[in-house]
Design a protein around this ligand. Structure first.
Ligand code: CP
Length: 314
C-alpha cells in the first residue's frame, strides 16, 4: 500500500480486521518497527480523536511525531499551477509538500470540505496536492469526501459486537444546527459495502448522499420504519448533497432517543451534540459504542501505519 486515502486502499478487509485484532491484543508488539521514523500530522481543521489516536498509534510503533495546525500556524498555501502569487498566499503547495517530505517519513492530512463549491470539494484539492508533491506516503485524516480511518475503526467495532454474520445496520441522518460534510457518512457506506453488510440508510427527503457512493443501498425515508429490528444504528448529520451544503431540516423529530434505538447498539464518530443529535440517555446508556469506536481509532491508525511502514520498507 502506497497511501491510505480511501477505503479503496484496503486490499482485503477480512485480513485487515484480523491484523487489527492482533494489534489490539498486543499494541506494543511492533514497537521497534517505526524506530527513527517520523510521522507528520498536518491539520487544516480541528480534531481531538484523529490527532491523538494517530499520535498514540505512532508512539506504539516507536515513531516520532510532528504535528502542525496548518490553518492557524502555517503559511497560507497556493494550489493553482502557474498562479501569480501577489495576493494572500505566501507559499505554494509544491514547495510545502516537498519540504514536509524532507522531515517526515509518512504524512497525514486533514482538510474538510468547504461546502460552498461542490466541484472544488470533489477535486479534493488539498489532499490530492499533497499526494502529488510529497515523496512519502500520505494518510487521509478526513478530507472533503472521505474519512477512511474513522470507517476502519467503525468496522472493527461492529465486528467485535455483532451477534450474527449479517447484522442489520442503519445509517440514520440526525439534526444539527450547522452544515456538516459528507465524509464520515460516505466512508461508512463504502466500508459497509466492503463488509457486505445489510445496510439501510434513512434521512429526510432531500438529504440523499451522492448516488455514486450509495449505489444500490436501500433508502427508507421513514426513520421509525428503518430502525425496526436494527442491530446497529450509526447516527450522523450531513448537509444536503443535491442543494450542496444547505441545511434544510433541523426538526428534532430525527434525534435518536432510547425509545427509537430499542435493542440496537448506538454508534457515532464524535464529537456529538447532546440532545440535538442524540438524547443523553442513549449516550449514557450501555448500548452506546461511541467510546469503543474512539478507542478503536488507535488500532485503525496503527494498522494503517504498520502497513505503510512494512509495505514501503521506508
Ligand atoms: N471522529 C473524529 O474524526 O474526531 P475528531 O474530529 O475529533 O478527530
Amino acid at each position: 500500500m502506497k497511501n491510505y486515502l480511501t477505503t479503496k486502499d484496503i486490499d482485503s478487509l477480512p485480513q485487515w480486521l484480523s491484523d487489527a485484532f492482533k494489534i489490539k491484543q498486543n499494541p506494543l508488539a511492533n514497537n521497534k518497527l517505526g524506530l527513527n521514523k517520523t510521522l507528520g500530522l498536518f491539520f487544516f481543521n480541528n480534531s481531538l480523536r484523529t490527532r491523538l489516536s494517530t499520535q498514540k498509534a505512532a508512539i506504539n510503533l516507536g515513531m516520532d511525531v510532528m504535528i502542525m495546525n496548518f490553518g492557524e500556524e502555517g503559511w497560507a498555501l497556493e494550489y493553482k499551477d502557474g498562479s501569480i502569487m501577489d495576493k494572500g498566499s505566501a507559499e505554494h503547495v509544491k514547495e510545502a509538500a516537498q519540504v514536509l517530505s524532507q522531515y517526515c517519513d509518512i504524512i497525514g492530512i486533514r482538510a474538510f470540505a468547504g461546502l460552498n463549491n461542490k466541484k472544488l470539494d470533489e477535486e479534493e484539492l488539498i489532499l490530492n496536492s499533497f499526494k502529488k508533491y510529497t515523496t512519502v506516503p500520505v494518510i487521509n485524516m478526513e478530507s472533503s469526501l472521505s474519512h477512511p480511518l474513522q470507517a476502519l475503526a467503525d468496522v472493527i467495532t461492529i465486528t467485535e459486537h455483532k451477534k450474527n454474520v449479517s447484522p442489520k445496520i442503519v445509517l440514520s441522518w440526525a439534526p444539527h444546527p450547522r452544515a456538516l460534510p459528507h465524509a464520515v457518512a460516505n466512508s461508512f457506506v463504502k466500508m459497509m459495502h466492503l463488509n457486505k453488510a445489510d445496510l439501510l440508510i434513512t434521512h429526510p427527503a432531500g438529504y440523499e448522499l451522492d448516488h455514486r457512493i450509495t449505489m444500490n443501498t436501500p433508502i427508507e425515508y421513514n426513520q421509525e420504519k428503518a430502525l425496526e429490528n436494527a442491530d446497529f444504528v450509526y447516527v450522523k448529520n450531513w448537509s444536503s448533497y443535491n442543494d450542496y451544503g444547505m441545511v434544510m431540516n433541523t426538526s428534532p423529530n430525527w434525534m435518536i432517543t432510547s425509545k427509537k434505538l430499542d435493542q440496537a447498539k448506538f454508534m457515532h464518530c464524535l464529537p456529538v451534540r447532546r440532545n440535538v443529535v442524540v438524547e443523553d440517555s442513549v449516550l449514557d446508556g450501555n448500548q452506546s459504542l461511541v467510546i469503543e469506536q474512539a478507542n478503536n481509532r488507535t488500532y485503525a491508525a496503527q494498522l494503517v501505519l504498520q502497513k505503510l511502514l512494512e509495505d514501503q520498507r521506508i
